[in-house]
Write a protein that binds this ligand. Structure first.
Ligand SMILES: *[C@@H]1O[C@H](CO)[C@@H](O)[C@H](O)[C@H]1NC(C)=O
Ligand SMILES: *[C@@H]1O[C@H](CO)[C@@H](O)[C@H](O)[C@H]1NC(C)=O
Ligand SMILES: *[C@@H]1O[C@H](CO)[C@@H](O)[C@H](O)[C@H]1NC(C)=O
Ligand SMILES: *[C@@H]1O[C@H](CO)[C@@H](O)[C@H](O)[C@H]1NC(C)=O
Ligand SMILES: *[C@@H]1O[C@H](CO)[C@@H](O)[C@H](O)[C@H]1NC(C)=O
Ligand SMILES: *[C@@H]1O[C@H](CO)[C@@H](O)[C@H](O)[C@H]1NC(C)=O
Ligand SMILES: *[C@@H]1O[C@H](CO)[C@@H](O)[C@H](O)[C@H]1NC(C)=O
Ligand SMILES: *[C@@H]1O[C@H](CO)[C@@H](O)[C@H](O)[C@H]1NC(C)=O
Ligand SMILES: *[C@@H]1O[C@H](CO)[C@@H](O)[C@H](O)[C@H]1NC(C)=O
Ligand SMILES: *[C@@H]1O[C@H](CO)[C@@H](O)[C@H](O)[C@H]1NC(C)=O
Ligand SMILES: *[C@@H]1O[C@H](CO)[C@@H](O)[C@H](O)[C@H]1NC(C)=O
Length: 449
């Protein structure tokens, strides 16, 4: 009986041992050598590689091996803040699937050419790692790459002479080359059009050359969800292909020197949550078809030359946008009034109309239950009108950080939150303020007596 029990326990113990042994894959010695050589030439000021000792490199921090083959498949050194030399011996990790060196500081050296040898690589994150120089065209050999992030806003600049290498990365779903210097890449749009699986395209602040976005007539990248090209002097009109991207949720083409109008086809982008077309030269009216974009959370059409009567358009445009939080229409040539639509926009947190000059009286004429108005951080000048007291439903009023002058008039009794701070208001508070049930009152940074 005792013997049988012992035998059973022994067998169990053995089983556990083999299971454990299998779970921590052993390290392949040539790959260990590659990592040791890497460790020798890299500098690790924060001591993040202190666990790199012992035979089994698969247990070192940031290193993961395949349970099946024992090969190193993942080197995740993102945020390890390494510097020094990247030893070419690293190319010995021939089965690498994932390489992350983001947030290091390699002092402006070019991206190593040997990274193009990692044939199995699917994730490559070299963002904000202090690389400089020219992108090695060898990266175009990474035909399995699904994720590529070379974005880098530091003091070193990565340049690409063309986009030939990008056009070969046909498995890409995510591409971020923001803050690179891409002025010579006149073929960028044609190259990106080869990436038929692409979902995220970020090329903001990349000195892209002037590009007629309409120069591709047929598109491959129909899966795009995010386009961020802001801060490039594209000098184009809005391209027709954008309206075919039915999955698009984020469109940021702010500060792109866009001209022409926003066409009615905008209404086809039903998945849109963010539209940023600020600081361009877009003209004519905001298309009424926007009324179909019920998922919008953030609209920025500021600093354009959009015109038309907002009060007419707005009545049909905004009712379905129940999630809208930020509406920035500042600095356009829009006319009209805020009543009749604004009061129905329940989620609106930031309304930015950046009214220059005197505050028009109508802004206070809320005929219906406008409960909260936030025109903080605007450039509103002039005086608060005495008619404000008639806005009987107003609960929250935030006019913080403007340039209002004159006295504070009486407020409706409904007001609970009042922020008039950072203006140039003078005089004293109306006596009636003693009777109000204010929960929050801020009047700081004014010239009150
Ligand atoms: C890695 O480098 C550190 C610091 O130079 C050293 O202490 C450690 O022994 C090295 N590890 C291996 C496995 O070579
Ligand atoms: C790379 O590492 C950073 C820092 O840990 C992380 O934020 C980022 O998501 C990683 N990249 C990928 C592709 O996983
Ligand atoms: C890798 O890329 C370079 C430069 O684009 C090219 O000359 C070379 O033939 C490629 N190697 C392989 C194995 O495809
Ligand atoms: C679409 O992509 C395929 C290969 O990915 C390419 O052969 C074709 O030329 C592309 N079409 C256009 C219009 O660029
Ligand atoms: C921008 O477009 C205008 C008119 O289409 C043209 O006259 C101008 O030269 C272009 N600017 C650049 C930098 O391409
Ligand atoms: C947009 O889609 C329509 C039909 O769905 C198609 O005829 C047209 O060619 C597409 N436009 C582009 C630029 O791909
Ligand atoms: C804008 O439209 C409203 C409603 O139709 C009208 O009352 C108002 O006079 C118009 N304002 C201007 C400046 O055209
Ligand atoms: C605002 O409402 C008051 C009272 O209803 C009215 O006398 C005034 O003319 C209105 N002002 C504007 C600009 O509509
Ligand atoms: C108003 O807008 C400011 C600036 O965008 C923001 O900080 C604040 O949270 C908003 N909401 C209220 C209720 O003041
Ligand atoms: C307010 O005016 C200043 C100076 O004219 C300008 O720099 C700033 O961008 C303006 N703010 C807004 C929100 O328009
Ligand atoms: C504030 O108002 C006073 C007059 O009431 C004026 O002299 C002063 O220039 C104003 N300050 C600012 C910053 O607008």
């Amino acid at each position: 009986m005792g013997n049988t029990m012992n035998g059973l326990l022994m067998a169990l113990a053995l089983l556990c041992l083999t299971i454990n042994f299998r779970e921590i894959a052993a390290c392949i010695s040539t790959e260990r050598d590659a990592l040791v050589a890497f460790n020798t030439s890299i500098k690790d000021p924060d001591g993040r590689l202190h666990s790199w000792h012992g035979e089994n490199c698969c247990s070192w921090s940031g290193v993961s091996c395949s349970k099946k083959t024992g090969h190193v498949i993942k080197l995740d050194l993102g945020e390890y803040t390494l510097n020094g030399q990247i030893n070419p011996s690293l190319s010995g990790l021939t089965r690498l699937v994932y390489l992350n060196l983001s947030q290091s500081d390699f002092g402006g050296v070019p991206i190593p050419e040997f990274i193009g040898c990692f044939k199995m690589l699917r994730y490559l994150d070299l963002s904000h790692a202090g690389f400089g120089g020219t992108v090695p065209p060898q990266l175009g050999n990474l035909s399995r790459l699904s994720f590529l992030d070379l974005s880098s806003s530091g003091s070193h600049v990565i340049t690409a002479d063309d986009f030939q290498w990008v056009s070969k990365l046909t498995s890409l779903r995510y591409l971020d080359l923001s803050w690179l210097y891409l002025a010579a890449s006149v073929d960028w749009l044609q190259a990106v059009n080869m990436l038929h699986l692409l979902e995220v395209l970020r090329l903001n602040d990349a000195s892209l050359p002037a590009t007629d976005l309409n120069s591709v007539s047929q598109i491959n990248f129909t899966a795009l969800k995010v386009i961020d090209l802001k801060n490039n002097e594209l000098n184009s009109s809005l391209p027709d292909w954008i309206w075919n991207l039915s999955s698009l949720s984020d469109l940021d083409l702010s500060s792109c020197e866009l001209s022409g109008r926003i066409p009615d086809e905008l209404g086809k982008l039903a998945a849109l949550q963010f539209i940023g077309l600020g600081n361009n030269k877009l003209n004519r009216a905001i298309p009424r078809s926007m009324s179909r974009l019920c998922n919008l959370v953030h609209i920025d059409l500021s600093r354009n030359i959009l015109s038309g009567n907002l009060s007419e358009a707005a009545r049909s445009m905004f009712p379905c946008m129940k999630k809208l939080q930020i509406l920035n229409l500042a600095d356009n040539k829009l006319t009209g009034q805020l009543s009749g639509w604004l009061e129905h926009m329940a989620s609106l947190e930031v309304l930015d109309l950046s009214i220059r000059g005197a505050l028009p009286d109508w802004i206070w004429n809320f005929s219906s239950p406008m409960a909260s108005l936030n025109v903080s951080m605007n450039n509103i000048t002039g005086e608060l009108p005495a008619s404000l007291v008639r806005s009987k439903m107003l609960i929250t009023l935030n006019i913080r950080h403007n340039q209002l002058e004159g006295y504070i008039p009486d407020m409706p009794n409904s007001v609970r939150v009042l922020d008039l701070s950072h203006n140039n208001l003078s005089g004293s508070l109306p006596q009636s303020f003693g009777d109000k049930e204010l929960q929050y009152l801020s009047l700081s940074h004014n010239s009150l007596s």
